[in-house]
Design a protein around this ligand. Structure first.
Ligand SMILES: [Cu+2]
Length: 388
């Protein structure tokens, strides 16, 4: 029955359209072609103008209404030092192209209205105009130069590597389907060597245990970094292309198998500071879980995060990691609590190239418990002789 009604409605619409067409044709004949052309031109010009005004007003309204969804505005301010620069370049581009957009659209719809069709009206043909060509060449040239030069200057500043004598923290992000391994250097502040040939079931990163620098390296389940300290992230991948993306810090860099990349940035706001800023915006005062209206608010459950910004496979979405920016003191406390991979899982197992030997700085009690006594005594006595 519903099908029949729909079919009937379609037939009716077709019949009405044909009838309207006939009436219009008849009216044109009575009025004369010239008069009907004039009416048509007026109508087209009027509706084009209405559409133009609605388009421009709608654009301006939506820019204002959705501004808080844009990076760099309201709750989406950058949390890193270089991030502010990225945002200002973005804003400059939006403002300049926005002005051009409004001016060209106003001209387009205004001229379409002003020069609507009239019987006997002819188009003016201008084959060449030096003055006009000068202005429409020089204006975009100046605007483009401002955008490109300021963009290049910002790019060079943002992509600059750390200087040799600079104080910074270096961490390593290794991507694979579908997670990240975040490796920190231990107390020596130096990441140890890795070799892909050493990758195994128990050594997922291929850390080279013969290099003493790997001994204090640890793998963290979250990215924790101190506020105000320069961070250099070594970025690499074990399988396909991934992308190391920290949206709030404006950090984004491809993770490419076989081609290490890096990104240097300085976090400027701790997670708590950022959350307090979010509290000012009504959209973050709504409950985090819509099914639980009395539960925690969105600003309370907010967290910085690392995501993969390269569609890398079926589990791409699960490459999320929590990022915490804390005060230098809190960072120190967290750092001291971490356990090195080597001493917690490798030491004195069959994978340990130093099995049975006492390492410099290793507590003697541990070695006496786990090593053959004869071997240990010799080394300890040698060490104590050296000290003397
Ligand atoms: Cu990925």
């Amino acid at each position: 029955m519903t099908g029949f009604i729909i079919l009937l409605a379609i037939v009716l619409v077709v019949v009405i359209s044909v009838q309207i067409g006939k009436i219009v044709e008849l009216a044109n004949k009575i009025r004369g072609q010239e008069e009907s052309d004039r009416i048509n031109a007026d109508r087209t010009a009027f509706w084009l103008l209405v559409f133009g005004i609605a388009l421009i007003l709608g654009t301006i309204w939506s820019c204002y209404h959705y501004k808080n969804f844009m990076l760099g505005y309201g709750p989406h301010e950058a949390a890193s030092i270089h991030g502010k620069k990225v945002d200002s370049i973005f804003n400059l581009t939006v403002i300049l192209t926005g002005i051009v957009f409004v001016l060209t659209q106003v001209a387009l719809f205004y001229f379409a209205f002003k020069y609507k069709g009239r019987p006997g009206k002819k188009v003016l043909f201008i084959p060449h105009n030096n003055k006009l060509e000068f202005y429409w060449t020089i204006t975009p040239a100046i605007v483009m130069t401002i955008l490109v030069v300021s963009g290049l200057m910002a790019w060079n500043e943002i992509m600059a590597d750390v200087k040799e004598d600079e104080d910074f923290i270096e961490i390593e992000a290794v991507a694979y389907q579908f997670a990240w391994d975040i490796r920190y250097p231990g107390k020596d502040h130096k990441l140890g060597t890795r070799n892909y040939k050493l990758i195994s079931g128990t050594n997922g990163l291929g850390m080279d245990w013969t290099d003493p620098k790997t001994h204090d390296d640890f793998i963290a389940d979250q990215i924790v970094l101190p506020k105000g300290k320069k961070v250099r992230v070594r970025i690499t991948s074990k399988d396909v292309l991934h992308n190391f993306y920290l949206p709030q810090f404006r950090v984004k860099m491809d993770a490419i198998p076989g081609l290490p990349t890096y990104f240097v940035f300085t976090p400027e706001k701790t997670l708590d500071e950022y959350k307090l800023e979010l509290r000012k915006y009504p959209e973050y005062l709504e409950p985090s879980d819509p099914k639980d209206p009395f539960g925690p608010k969105k600003w309370e459950t907010f967290t910085y995060e690392l995501g993969c910004a390269e569609l890398c496979g079926i589990g791409h979405y699960s490459m999320r990691k929590v990022v915490k920016i804390v005060s230098p003191k809190e960072y120190e406390e967290w750092f001291n609590k971490q356990n090195s991979v080597y001493f917690s899982t490798v030491r004195n197992t069959d994978d340990d190239p130093n099995k049975g030997k006492v390492l410099a700085g290793e507590p003697i009690t541990t070695s006496v418990e786990t090593k053959e006594k004869v071997d240990t005594t010799v080394i300890i006595s040698k060490e104590s002789l050296n000290k003397k």
